[in-house]
Design a binder for this molecule. Structure first.
Ligand SMILES: *Cc1c(COP(=O)(O)O)cnc(C)c1O
Length: 452
């Protein structure tokens, strides 16, 4: 029995109590034990405040709950940044989730040729769809776009020189700096031109017998304006061809269908990038393509063959789960209208603002009914993930007017975390980046603010 008059009960006494015994029936012993210890430690650090048995059990139960929560959890992205790298970039289409679950739960022909009954290649999956959708001669899927760049340079330019414009020596966020990546591929970087201007002759003058390739990096997360010029991929292809060199285009975003009619212009699609004459185009699977994390390399079959043979290709190979989700996502692009509807990223980016507004209003109505003070306000969402860096997509947000910092923290730490943004003293929850089927959960999470 726990004596509330004693300052701190022993761990053993707590473990014997009825409430904690009930927890032991539902949770691993080591978790409960850790929870008991942390509850005792917490009480000690608060100066040994006296508690009843019931209070002890409640604090242990809450410690068990927080110890049992997975580290990687779902959150609601109400930031208005649709492709948020910190929030896991693209959510998968339902068909991709189904394909992944199906493949995850059993064996598969990942590296087995069902026709011949012999060993097959992991590299055979997704290739046909990528060729069909982009017009590429061949394709290779690796872990992410950074890996694609390292592999490409290692296979084609190790110990040789690679030309890059100074205007493209960019950092793509989170320790991804183009010069570092290129160096880790074993290539020597030769910078050409200046930050704002690079022309044909800058490249021509830099070509030596040691040059192995010209790299074009898509300026994905910023725009340079003013007195600028750069050399387009088709011009680079022309210059490179004079010397028999490949042009490697690090495209990043992985846009598969044009989004001009939705006001998103200026980002080339994968097939446009190939048509411009790049020998290889590299892109991410989880940006505008809307699939799993992956690096997709498209282009000349003779070059891709070299990449496949490179030892790094083994180190950067993708898992069956990635391939299954990517294949299902690519399949949706066979019908572009379906892709726009079913790939969550594309649906979010192309939804008419009237639709976002009516969702915001219906969430707002629920909240008002629960006595929460708010306004529905105009907001400006962005693509994120290093694509269409200057695009401002009209959107609507729920603005919580009371204690924005406190509300932001509570929503972030709640059972289902909601991530918003503070703007001009209000907490804004932008509906454009929220999955429509999570509107109800969003409303519930905000309603809970009232009760604590
Ligand atoms: C995002 C991006 C990358 C990195 O892609 P990951 O798939 O995150 O490795 C590389 N290059 C460009 C141009 C990008 O926009």
């Amino acid at each position: 029995m726990i004596d509330p008059r004693r300052d701190l009960p022993s761990v053993n006494a707590l473990l014997e109590s009825t409430g904690v015994r009930a927890l032991l029936e539902q949770h691993p012993r080591r978790v409960v034990l850790e929870a008991v210890r942390s509850a005792v430690d917490a009480a000690r650090s608060q100066g040994g405040a006296q508690k009843t048995e019931q209070q002890w059990v409640a604090s242990i139960a809450s410690a068990v709950q927080s110890l049992s929560r997975p580290s990687l959890r779902r959150v609601i992205n109400a930031t208005g940044v649709v492709l948020h790298t910190n929030l896991g970039r693209a959510p998968l289409a339902e068909s991709a989730v189904e394909a992944m679950t199906h493949i995850a739960a059993g064996f598969s022909n990942l590296e087995y040729d069902l026709e011949t009954g012999a060993r097959g290649s992991r590299n055979s999956h997704c290739v046909g769809l990528l060729q069909q959708l982009t017009g590429a001669e061949d394709a290779l899927v690796v872990n992410n776009c950074a890996a694609a760049l390292v592999l490409t340079l290692n296979a084609l330019a190790q110990k040789k020189e690679v030309l890059v414009s100074r205007g493209e020596l960019v950092e793509i966020g989170g320790s991804f700096r183009i010069p570092d990546i290129m160096a880790s591929g074993g290539a020597k970087l030769v910078e050409v031109g200046t930050t704002n201007r690079t022309n044909d002759d800058d490249y021509r003058r830099a070509i030596t017998p040691k040059t192995a390739a010209i790299v074009k990096v898509h300026r994905s997360n910023f725009a340079i304006e003013g007195f600028t010029s750069d050399v387009s991929v088709d011009r680079l292809a022309f210059i490179a061809a004079e010397h028999g060199l490949p042009v490697i285009h690090d495209l990043g975003s992985g846009l598969m269908i044009p989004l001009d009619e939705y006001g998103l212009t200026g980002e080339p699609t994968a097939s446009m990038a190939l048509e411009s004459g790049a020998s290889l185009v590299l892109m991410s699977g989880d940006k505008l393509l809307g699939g799993p994390q992956a690096g997709i390399i498209l282009g000349a079959a003779n070059l891709i063959a070299k990449l496949r043979k490179n030892p790094l290709a083994r180190a950067m190979r993708v898992d069956k789960l990635t391939l299954s989700a990517l294949e299902a996502t690519l399949r949706l692009y066979l019908e572009p209208a379906r892709a726009l509807k079913e790939i969550p990223i594309l649906a979010m980016l192309t939804a008419p603002v009237t639709e976002i507004e009516s969702r915001a209003e219906s969430v707002a109505a629920k909240l008002r009914a629960a006595g929460i003070e708010l306004k529905v306000v105009e907001s400006s969402a962005s693509v994120g993930g290093g694509a269409f860096p200057t695009a401002a997509i009209p959107s609507r947000a729920i603005a919580l007017l009371r204690n924005p910092e406190d509300a932001e923290r509570k929503l972030r730490l709640g059972e289902l975390a909601v991530i918003g943004r503070i703007s001009e003293g209000n907490l804004l929850l932008d509906l454009r980046s929220v999955l429509p089927r999570e509107d109800g959960l969003l409303a519930d999470a905000i309603t809970k603010l009232r009760h604590d």
